[in-house]
Every structure is written in C-alpha cells, then in structure tokens.
Design a protein around this ligand. Structure first.
Ligand code: ADP
Ligand code: XUL
Length: 527
C-alpha cells in the first residue's frame, strides 16, 4: 500500500492540500479551496472581513473548518484514497487567533460524521471572528506591552520580535480590554495553525515554536511561554494557552469523524501545526544554517535558517523557531517589486529594457551613484516618511535600473548582518526571480551562489514534508532533514548564478558608502 503524507496550508485566501509520496519522491496531488469563490456564505473578500475601521481585519474561523470538509470531499470525489495517508501536518497563516469556550474539548472529541464541521463547532466559539495578520488595530496594546516589558529591544530579546500590531499577544490584550465578558468565556486560545490540528485530532492541539514565536508571548530562547509576557498581555492567560511542543510532535491519531466521513485510516497521525513562513522554510529546502531564501514579490522578504538564537538589537525582522529545530529569521522590505516597477516605468522601459540597462552598467556603478528607493514607507530600515533619495544620479538616468536593485540587495546585506550567518547559498523565488540580471546582482552583493526556485505552494509542501519527518521520528528512524526534502525542494535546473569575484570586491567597497548615505537620510527624517 502506498504511504502518503498530507500537508494542509490554511492561508489568507485559500486552503491548499499537497499529498506526497516520499518513496517515489512525487507530489501525488495538489488542490486548493478558494474561500471567496467556494464558501461565499461567509461573505469574505480575499478571504477576510473588513470593518468600518480600516485597521481591523478579521476572518471567520468556521470558514476555515468548512474548507476542510470541502477539501476532503473533493479529494474523495477524485478517487484519492485517503486511507493511504500516514500523517498530516498543517501550515497556517501566522498570528491569527481562534477563541473557544470550555465546551470545546468535549465537542472536538465527539464530532458527528453525519454533520459538517462548521455547524458543530459554531457553539464553541467565544468570539465569532478571528483577528488575522492583516489587522493593525492594536498600536495602543503594543505600546502597553512594550512599556510593561521594558522597551522594544527588551521585547525583541525576550520574544524574538518587538511588539507588532498583528502579533497574537497584542490582539489578545485588545480582546480582553474591549470585550472582557467574552474573554472570560474563553477557555482556550488557538492559532490558525493549532485550530486546524485540534479539529483533525479531536482534541486541543499544542502550538509549535515556529508559530508560537509570532505571538510576543513565547520566550524565544527556551521556546516556552514567557510568564512576564503573559502577565503584560492579559489576566489568566496561561490557563487559556495550550502547551508549546516541538514541531514534530504527534498530537494523536486522526479523529473518527475523518475516518468515517472520508475514509482516513484510524492510525493516521496528526502532527503539530506551524506557521506558513516556518513551513515555507522547509518547503524551500532551507534545512541548514546559512541557507537563505529571498522572495522577490510585491515586497521582498529575506528568510533563512540559523542554528543559534540571535535577535536584532534594532528590532529588525523576526526570529521564529524553525520546524527543523533551530531558528529562522524573516525580514521584510516593503519597496520590492513596487520600487523596481516605478523605476522601469519612469524610464519607459519593459523588463527586457530594464535588464539590458543592468547589463550595460558596471557593478556599484563604478562608484558613481546611489539611490535609497523608499517610494513607499519602508519596513527595513524603518522609514515612515517616504521619499526617494539619489546621489550622483538623475531621475531619467538609465543607471537607475542597476542602482535600485543594488540598493535593495545592499539593504538586505546590511540589515540581516545581525543574524551572524553569512549566506552560503540563496534560493530566489517570487515574480522577479525570473530576471537573471537581478539574480546576478543578488549573487554579487551577497557573495554566494543563487538558485531559482519555482514555488507556488511552498508552505503546503513544507507541511507535507513535516508530516513525513514526524512519522519517521515517531517510527524511531533517524530523520535527516536533507534527506527528507531531497527530490522535493529542488532548484530549477540550470538556474545557478555564481558571484563574480570582481563584482564582489566592488560591492565590498560600496557597502560603507551606502550605509553612510542611508544613515544620513534616516537622521534627516528623524527615524
Ligand atoms: P506577490 O507578492 O503578489 O505574490 P509575485 O511573486 O507574483 O508577487 O511577483 C510579482 C512581481 O514580479 C510583479 O509585480 C513584477 O514586478 C515582478 N516581475 C515579473 N516579471 C519580472 C521580470 N522579468 N523582471 C523583474 N520583475 C518581474
Ligand atoms: C508573517 C506574516 C505573514 C502571514 C501571511 O509575519 O504576517 O507572512 O504569515 O500568511
């Protein structure tokens, strides 16, 4: 009988499932349920519910549960034998939280296969909607938590990130402040990534250090709840949180609901869930310290694996637990594709013209010019007052194409140094990774080879690989992560771009000039 592993990614707009067969190193199936299109009764747009206040963004947790029924109905209807699934692991959009009453454990334990999940879970929600990562309505609570814990750097040292509006702790605090009665009715608080496994296993599931680190509640060095952070957040919080357990922990066998309704094997294991970014780390094969991915999407993100826990003194980026055991970082740069497009459009070019302009200019522009491409407010470094700053460059200058990409890569190099890990190789993903000239600048500035990854569902794949890994561990077999991901998380053949020694030297020389220009600009705007 085939041995399949299932990864489920409950993300903002959809639920994605990937079934893998590790023996064949094959993806057996990949399917998505789009929330807006397939569950219109929940009234979401792009998977979320908006309020009059634009900073408030929630989603209906029952929709996430209903999507599970939809997904398994579909896989069954296609003739996939879910009896082959040995283990299932979940990836969830990070930070979002689900609030359950004291009846939840009993209801979860006795789900009736004659009825759908949403209908049965509705009575155990103490809060009908879930604040998600797009919610930014908790600035006051962030300030209160930060003050109680001794400042932003202290919060970052303690929990891996400064207090952020979307993080779960500030969200819980706001809930307690604004609806103390509903908070009092709440006996269990779950993350998206622990709510789905709780349903699958029929019991309240632990939280893993990958997603637990996105709460401002976990001690990043011990990977356990931090009593002072809990205290600073809301009263009696400890008894409302599940334990934190390593990412490969088996929560239990799948609940009989799924056995009877969809034909899962009663021995199928449910593994602890994790956040979508920690799962993507695995899905992109970043299983050793020094392996880094740069995603060139709407924003650019830099994320990588590191063995030791290091936190930025300046609150740059986030540190999460890695599902492989150590740590990972995630640093977001807002002016990514947006800034590249602005330059391209200002010069009236298409992407070919943009690439040609890069090819025809020397590394570091021969020392001639610099730009700070802050078209929009920037996250890293923190720039609240946007504005592009040029030195030795005019707006219509074709050299702007190289200058903008160099600035982006140099900012990444400087603002990720606190990790103390020099990238040994970079996996490039996202729309702009199709551009070889951009990848060459990336390789030269970071002084390491770059490989392109085409990924549509790295979080779901990462979850499936986590399920496989957890089953190997549970069976007492040595589970080497490089071996787990082999054949699944592979770069596009022939996509390797190597750094050129001469260019690497030019960028070493450029770094202090760029850093000084950036510092001056930050000082001028009072950042
Ligand atoms: P998202 O963050 O929305 O998922 P994607 O990863 O899909 O974004 O990337 C989309 C972006 O990729 C577009 O906004 C575009 O700027 C960029 N892009 C696409 N092709 C190229 C190219 N050849 N060169 C540079 N950028 C490109
Ligand atoms: C990470 C974050 C997002 C969500 C999206 O901190 O907020 O990447 O995880 O799903």
């Amino acid at each position: 009988m085939a041995r399949w592993f299932l990864g489920l990614d409950s993300s903002t707009q959809s639920l994605t499932a990937i079934l893998i067969d590790p023996e064949a190193r094959a993806i057996v199936a990949e399917r998505s349920v789009n929330f807006d299109a397939e569950l219109p009764e929940y009234g979401t747009r792009n998977g979320v519910l908006r309020a009059a206040d634009p900073t408030v963004v929630h989603a209906p947790p029952l929709m996430w549960a209903a999507a599970l029924d939809r997904m398994f109905e579909r896989l069954r209807a296609e003739g996939r034998s879910l009896a082959n699934v040995v283990a299932v692991a979940v990836s969830g959009q990070q930070h979002g939280s689900v609030y359950l009453t004291a009846d939840a454990p009993a209801v979860l334990a006795r789900l009736d296969p004659a009825h759908g999940l949403a209908e049965q879970l509705q009575p155990v929600l103490s809060r009908p909607s879930s604040p998600i990562w797009m919610d930014s309505s908790t600035t006051a609570e962030c300030d209160e938590i930060t003050a109680a814990l001794g400042g932003a750097a202290a919060v970052a040292r303690r929990t891996g990130s400064a207090a952020f509006e979307r993080f779960t702790g500030p969200q819980i605090r706001k809930f307690w402040k604004t609806d103390p009665a509903a908070y009092a009715r709440t006996a269990h608080i779950a993350l998206v990534s622990s709510f789905i496994p709780s349903i699958l296993a029929g019991r309240i599931a632990p939280i893993d250090p990958g997603d637990g680190a996105g709460m401002n509640l976990m001690d990043i060095s011990t990977k356990q709840w931090d009593p002072a952070a809990l205290e600073a957040t809301a009263p009696d919080l400890a008894r409302r949180l599940p334990p934190i357990a390593p990412s490969h922990t088996v929560v239990g066998p799948i609940s009989s609901y799924f056995v009877r309704r969809y034909g899962f094997s009663p021995s199928a294991m449910v593994v602890v869930g994790s956040g979508d970014n920690p799962c993507s780390l695995v899905g992109l094969g970043l299983v050793r310290s020094g392996m880094v991915a740069i995603s060139l999407g709407t924003s650019d993100t830099y994320f990588g694996a590191m063995d030791e826990c290091r936190v930025s003194e300046h609150g740059e980026g986030h540190v999460f637990g890695s599902p492989t055991g150590g740590y990972m970082t995630l640093v977001c740069f807002k002016n990514g594709s947006l800034a590249r497009e602005r330059v391209r459009d200002e010069l009236g070019l298409d992407w070919d013209g943009f690439s040609r302009a890069i090819r025809e200019t020397p590394p570091a522009l021969g020392g001639r010019g610099l730009v700070l491409p802050w078209y929009d407010p920037e996250i890293t470094p923190r720039v609240l007052v946007p504005g592009v700053r040029r030195r030795g460059l005019q707006p219509g200058d074709l050299a702007m194409c190289r200058a903008v990409v160099e600035a982006q890569m140099m900012a990444m190099r400087i603002h990720t140094r606190w990790m103390g890990v020099r990238p040994a190789s970079i996996h490039a993903t996202g729309g702009a990774s199709a551009n070889v000239e951009i990848l060459q600048v990336m390789a030269d500035v970071h002084a390491c080879p770059v490989h392109r990854f085409e990924t549509t569902a790295s979080a779901a794949l990462g979850a499936a690989l986590r399920a496989y890994h957890a089953a190997e561990v549970a069976a007492g077999r040595p589970a080497d992560w490089s071996e787990i991901v082999r054949g699944f998380a592979e770069p596009v053949a022939g996509s390797r771009v190597d750094p050129r020694p001469e260019a690497v030297r030019a960028y070493d020389a450029m770094e202090p000039r760029y850093a000084a220009f950036e510092q001056e600009a930050l000082k001028a705007i009072g950042a």
